[in-house]
Design a protein around this ligand. Structure first.
Ligand code: ATP
Ligand code: ZN
Length: 847
């Protein structure tokens, strides 16, 4: 029997008109199917599809979940439990989102619970471990709404706001001695008495500002006169009042009193007495009130209409895009670096907003949002929302709710922004659409935001514009096939020409002994000349840390991660050895633990060493580094970019973060320190990726008039790819690459699904992989299955890895059927007792 008996009140409607409703809910758990719960009769009218409800799952746990469907069919195999509580009166997940989440689960071979779990900010997910705390603005004395005895009990248990005590839902339930305590929590939330949070780190801390205003019965000229007279013997209080009236023109405009001013503006003034302010409040002359301010303190209206007039080339490109949108849903804007694609996006966004639709603008990297948000804010003001992973959970909830309420009509964000509750999209822009950071590797859903965006647009009847200077081979192929509209911009904006690209042979330089650390004389000389002209330099090195390897020069011992099959990188700043895969770290060794030698040396180099060496060689220059290690703090991106923008920094050293879309006017030199490690990468996309990286980073040079120069250091300048980079001929690169893809059977001609078997025991992992391969071959045929094979890094976070690559012919294999076969093969392995501990992962369209 169900636990929630207290919901069935004897006074409910006569049995004859009662309909028994059932709700299918999505639990934020990796369950293969939706669960069905029964709706308590008296709440039949409260069920909202896309709203959250609280249910009991398992013996003890209660959780919030999303209602996906309502119907009258009881589940066949189990007795449905009652829904315990309804949290929302309106959907927090929209219908188009539910459809999209279902598609994602199907396409990326995961559960819809995993999708929901990734999609919802954690403050929207409640469980028995969720906690409540007193709202900082709550005051027992000035509480607007009366509290019920049950509510009083909770408020009492939470102590004072200063104490900051928290209660878990379970504790609230115990305290009240009832199972249906969520109603009480909801009511307290509505009354602004408490707030909810999920993890201690996410504690919701609304920004509260204490303000004061004149008590309303003084807001007339006559009463203010009277007030002044009555306070004539209290000069300090008079001063405060004068100051207030100076700042708030109550005489001219009575309404201005409503907003008041910040209390601190009066209390912290050196000319005023803080105690006089408090006396005025105590005597009811001033009234104090709290305002919760937005974390997005935006101007109501754009400050300045600071957008550019499109050039002729931009206008033509825009018109071509619009024309394509007349016939096709997707267009590719292929424009060289610095062509001015962003202005075209802005123009299209404005048009879409004018038409009443919503817009999503996707960017691959937070570093990039820092620059573009400024540009967009000037045009779209408070209609613009920003969404990315450096935001706290509460900021994310604010954007989520802002999209639901219509406050944010255009959102710029990184890949997770595809989860936001849009329901009326007109346009999606995927900038730098070729970027692999659109792909989520871990955990499920292993989605590519570009593909999700295309599907999302499809569901909502929106158009999608993909933009890049170096489109993904797959994307360009679709455009050439006529499936996407293709628009090209071949020239940079304004006077700026494409930069000159030169190769510098590091092998020769080493032979001639002209290297300075990792700099050739050419590169170092060019850096000096550039700085001499007061221009800026970007240096790109694809590895962070000081050195990727540390080794004993005598016995060859190398420190390795204890959890992963990789050597540890040396980080000089923290004097640590670190694993870049699992975060394991240890202090740097000075003596070899194997042979006792003190000749332990670093090998290779990362961004930290480049920065270090350069600081010694160029002591006058201001050098800044941008990589994962320098950007951990929330606003560090903005800071580094702002410093470089205002030329407080002369040289920016960085990893791939510096290669993407950044726009600096004064950069005339870009140096690629070591091109070889980028080209030699064991993957079918290695060439594509190298081409994109070289062209993109080169594209940061000479964007505003000044001729840019790019120096690429390599030990082998004869490699084919350089030729294509130097001539900046994407089409030539594409024509070469597409032939390779066809010959070797890779996307866009074939579809790849990568299976990974993970096991803490190497032998069992291998056996499970062999069985899975066999099962796959039986179902899909020998030709479709490659492997199993241990990847180059064969152990990560204590799991031994085995990989199997499945290649499916796009033209001849039905994807749905193939996925069913794969699932069946996985089930066979999972059902074997000895492989119970094995983890099987399917990655659709791996990158
Ligand atoms: N119509 C215009 N009027 C004035 N300035 C413009 C105009 N169009 C572009 N610009 C300027 O030209 C520069 C390059 O433009 P933008 O950053 O949009 O290039 P992009 O095509 O996005 O390049 P990338 O692919 O490298 O990101 C920017 O500084 C931008 O402000
Ligand atoms: Zn590790």
């Amino acid at each position: 029997m169900s636990l929630a008996l207290d919901f069935i009140s004897p006074a409910a409607a006569p049995a004859a008109d009662r309909v028994t409703l059932f709700a299918d809910v999505i639990l934020p758990l990796p369950l293969p199917r939706l669960y069905t719960y029964r709706v308590p009769f008296e709440l039949n009218d409260n069920v909202v599809i896309g709203g959250r409800v609280i249910v009991q799952f398992g013996a003890k746990k209660t959780l919030s979940c999303i209602v996906a469907a309502v119907h009258e069919t009881p589940p066949a195999n189990y007795q449905a439990k009652y829904i315990l509580e309804f949290i929302d009166d309106a959907p927090v997940v929209t219908q188009p989102q539910l459809k999209l989440f279902r598609w994602m689960a199907d396409y990326y071979m995961c559960t819809i619970g995993e999708v929901i779990n990734a999609a919802l900010p954690s403050a929207l997910k409640l469980s028995s471990e969720s906690r409540i705390q007193l709202h900082p603005a709550f005051s027992r004395e000035e509480n607007e709404y009366p509290l019920t005895p049950q509510e009083e009990l909770i408020v009492y248990a939470l102590g004072s706001t200063e104490e900051g005590k928290a209660l878990t839902f379970t504790e609230v339930g115990d305290l009240l001695g009832i199972t249906s305590f969520h109603k009480v929590i909801k009511s307290l939330m509505h009354k602004d008495v408490i707030f909810l949070f999920e993890h201690t780190a996410d504690k919701y801390a609304p920004k509260v500002v204490k303000k004061v205003r004149l008590a309303h019965h003084f807001v007339s000229e006559a009463s203010i006169e009277q007030l002044f007279n009555s306070l004539s013997s209290k000069p300090k209080q008079l001063d405060v009042l004068m100051k207030y009236l100076q700042r708030v023109p109550v005489y001219q405009n009575e309404h201005s009193n409503q907003n008041g001013i910040e209390k601190a503006a009066l209390t912290s003034s050196p000319h005023l007495s803080a105690s006089a302010v408090n006396t005025l409040i105590k005597n009811g002359v001033l009234e104090q009130f709290d305002v919760i301010v937005s974390r997005f303190p935006l101007e109501d209206e754009p400050t300045a209409q600071l957008h550019f007039t499109l050039t002729e080339a931009q206008t033509t490109a825009r018109d071509e895009i619009m024309a394509h949108f007349g016939e096709k849903d997707i267009a590719l804007l292929h424009g060289v670096t610095g062509a001015g694609k962003t202005e075209i996006y802005i123009d299209l966004i404005r048009k879409a907003l004018d038409g009443g639709g919503q817009v999503l603008y996707l960017l691959p990297e937070i570093a990039l949002t820092a620059q573009i948000v400024g540009r967009l804010l000037r045009v779209f003001g408070s209609r613009l929302g920003v969404y990315h992973s450096k935001f706290s959970d509460n900021e994310r909830v604010e954007v989520w709710n802002g999209v639901l309420s219509g406050r944010f009509q255009v959102v710029v964000g990184v890949r997770s922004a595809v989860f936001l509750p849009f329901d009326n999209l007109a346009l999606i822009i995927v900038d730098e659409e070729h970027e692999s950071s659109y792909k989520q590797y871990e955990p499920a859903p292993r989605y590519n935001a570009r593909e999700v965006a295309l599907m999302m647009a499809n569901f909502q009847g929106a158009k999608t514009l993909l933009g890049s200077a170096t489109p993904a081979v797959e994307t360009y192929y679709q455009a050439k096939q006529g499936r996407y509209g293709l628009v090209s911009l071949t020239k940079r904006f304004g006077e700026a020409g494409m930069p000159d690209i030169e190769l510098v042979d590091t092998r020769k330089a080493r032979e001639k002994k002209t290297m300075h650390n990792h700099f050739t004389a050419e590169l170092l000389g060019e850096v000096e000349r550039t700085l001499g002209r007061q221009e800026q330099v970007i240096l790109f090195q694809n590895r962070r840390g000081y050195a990727p390897v540390v080794a004993c020069q005598d016995c060859g011992w190398i420190p390795k991660c204890t959890n992963c099959a990789v050597s540890l990188s040396y980080h000089k700043h923290s004097h640590e050895l670190r694993c870049h895969y699992c975060g394991y770290h240890d202090s740097m060794v000075t003596q070899c633990p194997a042979c006792g030698s003190r000749a332990v040396k670093t090998q290779g180099f990362g961004t930290e060493k480049i920065e270090d060496d350069l600081k010694i060689m160029l002591p006058q220059a201001n050098i800044q580094r941008m990589d994962l290690d320098t950007t951990r703090a929330k606003n560090s991106y903005q800071q580094i970019i702002a410093d470089f923008e205002k030329q407080a920094t002369n040289v920016l050293v960085g990893t791939q973060m510096v290669t993407k879309g950044l726009d600096f006017a004064n950069v005339s030199l870009v140096g690629i320190i070591n091109a070889d490690s980028i080209i030699h990468y064991p993957d079918f996309r290695a060439h594509e990726r190298a081409y994109q990286m070289f062209v993109q980073v080169s594209g940061r040079a000479g964007r505003k008039g000044k001729k840019g120069k790019v120096l690429i250091q390599t030990s082998d300048p004869t490699q084919v790819i350089f030729d294509k980079v130097i001539r900046n001929d994407y089409v030539e690169f594409y024509n070469y690459e597409i032939v390779q893809r066809h010959e070797h059977g890779y996307p866009p001609f074939m579809r790849v699904i990568k299976m990974t078997v993970k096991h803490v025991e190497q032998g069992l992992g291998e056996q499970a992989a062999i069985l899975l391969t066999q099962e796959l071959v039986d179902r899909l045929g020998r030709a479709a299955v490659l492997g199993p094979e241990a990847p180059y890094i064969f152990r990560i976070r204590n799991f031994y890895l085995q990989e199997i690559t499945i290649k499916l012919d796009r033209a001849h294999t039905a994807l749905k059927w193939a996925k069913e076969q794969i699932c069946a093969a996985m089930d066979v392995v999972k059902d074997q007792k000895e492989f119970k501990q094995a983890r099987l992962v399917a990655d659709v369209d791996p990158m």
